[in-house]
Design a protein around this ligand. Sequence first.
Ligand SMILES: [Mn+2]
Length: 250
Amino acid sequence: MITRFISDLHLSQSRPDITGLFTDFLRGEARESDALYILGDLFDYWIGDDDLTQFHRHIMTELRLVVESGVPVYFMAGNRDFLVGDGFAQVTGVQILNDPTVIDLYGTPTLLLHGDTLCTDDIGYQRFRKIIRNPLLLAIAKRFPLSWRRGIANKLRAGSKSKQPLTEQQLKAMDATDTAVLKAFKRHNVTQMIHGHTHQPDVHEHPLPADDSEDNKVALRIVLGDWYEQGSILEFTVDTFLLREESLKD
Ligand SMILES: [Mn+2]
């Protein structure tokens, strides 16, 4: 059987092609999974579980059907959809995971993160994250009227370049740093990590500091791709894995 991981779909009403690819995935191979993990930025913006647009209802129904087919679906918030909450979980049956979480992936302890906490060179972003993820501020923000939150989201969105492919320099500045990656491996005592956020799908091998008792070990870090010009799916089985793309239909 297969456990599947996806992230950074940035679903929005303005991209029916991506939404279509995702719903095809949910109606098809997702239902033949041991579990489906969504590691953040499923939505381009999520301003609260009370923002029940027709588009959001559609996505929630599709997720519910996967859960009802018997496949556990897990969601970890990204920087775009950290306001996904209990209301979303109740309607969809999706289980919310904290960032970070360690799971047992076919016998290997595996660290799951959205990935933004690893991008420590992006100092401006880390400062912004600290402010917007402050629990007190979040509690207040959730009480803002929906129309206010929509206004704020639209402003943030207009100022964001997420709709454009990033330059190589921008990508490097927002990539995970080796220091943060090694720290995370150590802190959680794992040698396998899966995350998204950087939109740079790849498989990295990180040599770990030498250990007296054993030979030098290597830790595996798999970075999921975004769903912008294609889909990106990580498939894990008991003995192997495959990070693959799914083409958009013409
Ligand atoms: Mn992100």
